[in-house]
Design a protein. Structure first.
Lengths: 136, 242
């Protein structure tokens, strides 16, 4: 369900930007971290519904799911998503539909520990970003 | 471009955001924020990511927010609608590096379903870190500064007030919490008279309100929505004046 509120955020922020620029949006590239477990098809469906009557009415949405690189600020270990997949799966099982990183991926350090030293002091780029916008 | 920041700004646009803050921890800021939300009948957004006092005060710790198509549903206790990271993670600790805190605050402010509320109460964490910077990015908030009469608290609060004035956000009021306790017809001031705080408020022409200690308040931790004692009476007055 959160895909809808995220799609609304994307449409609202770009519609406002396009109005200020005096343009219409033709194509949008959004990147989301894989830990958010967002359903890309629902996100696109929501975008297509919500873009009506806005400066994005003719726009297409491309979603890039990126696999974050993590760095432990305690021991310096750098690691990829594959090293924390087991932790993510356990978290999803524990919370079910209320999986917290679906809603706020930036909460990842609260749940994920460095696979080498066990510290929660890890950093990664976990935000949801609009990467590219093509306009008419 | 960061869509959540824009959505957070849009979500709070046209609403008066009353940010209850204190440079120092342990001054009773979360209790004042919670009672202000009751008195104002306003949603309470708990931005104390690590303390998460709001769910504990209202006895809803461990309950999770429902998430719908248009955002996060509040957790309700009595008439109070609460939004907290505690409603995302459940009854467990939150530990976050500074770089992640801003994103969490933006997300909470972006997705909180505030309905038709004209006023929103925000419970800020102690200190002047990422949460304060993020709230400043999102909205032109009205500060309510909480302190105790103690000299230890005053120095920290003075720095906070200096910063807020530099931002052009003059506090609507300074609350001296735990100012005195009634003993028969007398008032006892266990943490001093708070003269330095009063001088600070006078200097910048900020209204000052003294809130008494009410030993019975502790009995309502977990059901604060039912509390209408001494502290609430004073906070209710603040709510009418700001």
């Amino acid at each position: 369900m959160h895909e809808w509120s995220l799609a609304l955020s994307i449409v609202q922020s770009l519609d406002k930007w396009a109005f200020q620029q005096g343009v219409e949006v033709r194509h949008v590239v959004v990147s989301v971290p894989s830990v958010s477990q967002l359903d890309v098809e629902i996100l696109k469906e929501a975008f297509d519904m919500l873009k009506q009557d806005s400066r994005l009415a003719k726009a297409t949405l491309e979603v890039k799911v990126r696999s974050p690189r993590y760095k432990c600020r305690s021991c310096g270990h750098e690691f990829g998503q594959e090293e924390v997949d087991a932790q993510i799966k356990a978290l999803m099982q524990r919370y079910g539909e209320e999986y917290p990183l679906h809603l706020i991926p930036e909460l990842a350090p609260t749940f994920i520990r460095c696979p080498k030293c066990g510290s929660h002091d890890i950093e990664a780029e976990l935000s949801i970003k609009i990467e590219e916008v093509e306009t008419i | 471009m960061r869509p959540l920041l824009e959505r957070a700004r849009e979500n709070l646009r046209g609403r008066r955001v009353l940010a209850v803050m204190a440079g120092k921890g342990g001054v009773g800021k979360s209790a004042i924020a919670a009672l202000l939300a009751i008195a104002k009948k306003a949603p309470l957004i708990d931005l104390d990511l690590f303390g998460m006092a709001a769910p504990k005060f209202f006895g809803v710790a461990g309950r999770l927010h429902k998430v719908g198509r248009d955002g996060i549903e509040p957790i309700e206790a009595g008439e109070v609608k609460i939004f907290s990271v505690g409603g995302i993670v459940g009854d467990r600790y939150v530990v976050l590096p500074g770089v992640s805190q801003g994103g969490v605050v933006e997300a909470l402010l972006a997705f909180a379903k505030l309905g038709g509320a004209e006023e929103v109460v925000v419970d800020m964490p102690p200190g002047m870190g990422e949460e304060l910077l993020t709230l400043s990015r999102v909205t032109n908030f009205t500060p309510i500064v909480v302190t105790t009469p103690s000299a230890a608290s005053y120095r920290v609060v003075k720095h906070l007030v200096d910063y807020l004035l530099e931002l052009g956000r003059k506090p609507a009021t300074i609350v001296t919490n735990m100012a005195y306790i009634r003993c028969g017809d007398n008032a006892i001031y266990p943490f001093g008279r708070g003269d330095a705080v009063r001088e600070l408020a006078d200097r910048y022409r900020i209204p000052l309100v003294e809130v008494p200690i009410d030993p019975h308040l502790e009995e309502y931790v977990g059901q604060l929505h039912n509390y209408r004692g001494l502290v609430y009476s004073v906070v209710e007055r603040i709510a009418k004046e700001i």
